[in-house]
Design a protein around this ligand. Sequence first.
Ligand SMILES: [Zn+2]
Ligand SMILES: [Zn+2]
Length: 175
Amino acid sequence: MLRSNTDQPDAHRAARGSRRVSRAARLSGTTNQKEQHMLRGSCACGRVRYEIRGNLLGPVTYCHCWRCRKHSGSSFGTTAGVAASDFVVVAGEELLSDWESSHGVRRYFASCCGSPIFKRDEADPTFLGFRLGTLDSDPHVSVEVHFMVGSKAPWVDIRDSLPQDAQGVPFGERD
Ligand SMILES: [Zn+2]
Ligand SMILES: [Zn+2]
């Protein structure tokens, strides 16, 4: 049984209290934000399509935790927060499948082709952790932090100047 305090990645938790708006929202002012920042996305095969009818909630992170790495099949995950009420699946909802990555946290993916889309923590179902890789619209945000760098894959050499969060079990281990 996995500990319930794992998987709290995602620096989004820290940002939830303030509901910090994205850089794009700050730059654009407050007029008609919902329409201006409607984002569209789709799974790799295109059968699952979704809209985000609001802004991404920062910070945008590169998350190096083993769950993000394994669930993306890539070197790390790129994530941000989304208000659950802003996230609307417009096609293929029945194709969404999920797995419980730690107690009470379910990661949703497109069963048709495997694209990871979002995760939901039952402790706060109003907030989703969202994977940016399936977007088709430019969210006009920039990555702000490397998260869980303690779990970084050994082939990754971080050469940017973004701040790094040192948490994470060593590569190859699970918590
Ligand atoms: Zn698909
Ligand atoms: Zn992660």
